[in-house]
Design a protein around this ligand. Structure first.
Ligand SMILES: CC(C)(COP(=O)(O)OP(=O)(O)OC[C@H]1O[C@@H](n2cnc3c(N)ncnc32)[C@H](O)[C@@H]1OP(=O)(O)O)[C@@H](O)C(=O)NCCC(=O)NCCS
Length: 192
């Protein structure tokens, strides 16, 4: 069983990012820098050149092949509205979901819809026992997403300040395979 390269949810197409997406990713990141800066540590290294962006996508491609990280773009038609990643960095059986949405496309439920779809993708892999979302305690918008999807807050831990908006306390939300309800996904598809 492998990770699907494309999933459609409501208005969104969620698909594997490829090197040819470098211009779209470059534009989306540069247009969203100040929106992302408080929470995303990698913004400190921006702006990347287009060649560096292409190299980054090439690395994500290798990681996809190795099964260590799956990087997806969330597309609204031709527009790249956000980037999501499923990361194998929380121990055996676990996948951590990370995300950001382009500043122009926030507040429409897209992060919640895509997070639901990718949680289902994660559980499509037979060895996945749990999916987690980690966010800084001050990042209330990010915290709403696992909460709305029925993840459980399992702990808070001090992990240091990595981006300027952070308190240094991380909230760890988890859903186990048995607790992942298809209706959690369906709920997010209800027109808002
Ligand atoms: C966090 C982020 C992905 C949310 O994307 P989005 O598409 O706007 O999310 P949704 O519309 O699905 O849901 C956001 C929820 O947060 C709520 N919210 C937004 N801003 C908020 C704030 N300042 N305080 C509290 N809640 C807030 C929204 O009301 C919504 O909840 P609701 O449905 O109960 O009303 C987006 O804001 C983002 O990219 N932020 C910068 C990067 C980032 O923080 N990534 C996550 C790192 S852990």
């Amino acid at each position: 069983m492998s990770v699907p390269e494309e999933v459609a949810v409501a208005d969104l197409v969620i698909r594997r990012l490829l090197e040819d997406d470098a211009p779209a990713l470059q534009a989306a990141v540069l247009e969203s820098l100040e929106h992302l800066r408080p929470w995303m540590p990698w913004v400190a290294f921006e702006p990347l050149s287009i060649d560096e962006r292409r190299e980054l996508l090439a690395r994500w491609g290798r990681e996809w092949q190795e099964g260590t990280q799956y990087g997806f773009g969330v597309f609204l038609g031709e527009q790249l509205a956000g980037v999501f990643g499923l990361h194998r960095r929380i121990g055996p059986g676990g996948l951590e979901l990370g995300y950001w949405i382009h500043r122009r496309h926030t507040g429409r439920g897209y992060a919640t819809q895509a997070a639901a779809a990718l949680t289902s993708v994660a559980f499509g892999l037979p060895d996945t026992t749990h999916v987690e979302i980690h966010h800084d305690k001050a990042n209330l918008a990010s915290g709403r997403i696992p909460e709305k999807l029925g993840f459980r807050l399992v702990r808070e831990e001090s992990d240091g300040i990595e981006a300027p908006g952070e308190t240094g306390v991380s909230c760890i939300w988890r859903v186990e395979r048995d607790a992942w309800r298809p209706d959690a996904e369906a709920r997010t598809l209800t027109p808002r």
